[in-house]
Design a protein around this ligand. Structure first.
Ligand SMILES: [Zn+2]
Length: 87
């Protein structure tokens, strides 16, 4: 699998680290309560299909990327800098 980093260009998967679901970008506010934080920390979708994920280009530019990857075949449909993705 290859990821097209918006800064570095297309690179091999071994240059990246997977963090998890891009739902982590939507952190609840500090006063949201324990149920909201439980949902944020422990409850995840596990779709068979397109899934928004966070990847770190740790052997490249060190950017955090928002990647939409199909979990059935690893086809990547979009890559963007996580800092520029609408939350
Ligand atoms: Zn990069």
């Amino acid at each position: 699998m290859r990821i097209d980093c918006p800064i570095c260009g297309e690179r091999d998967l071994r240059e990246f680290s997977y963090l998890g679901s891009a739902a982590l970008l939507a952190r609840p506010s500090g006063d949201a309560g324990t149920a909201a934080f439980h949902e944020y920390l422990h409850v995840r979708e596990n779709p068979a299909g397109p899934n928004a994920e966070l990847w770190h280009h740790n052997l490249g530019c060190s950017a955090w990327l928002h990647v939409v990857r199909d979990t059935r075949n690893h086809a990547i449909s979009s890559v963007a800098l996580a800092a520029e993705v609408q939350r």
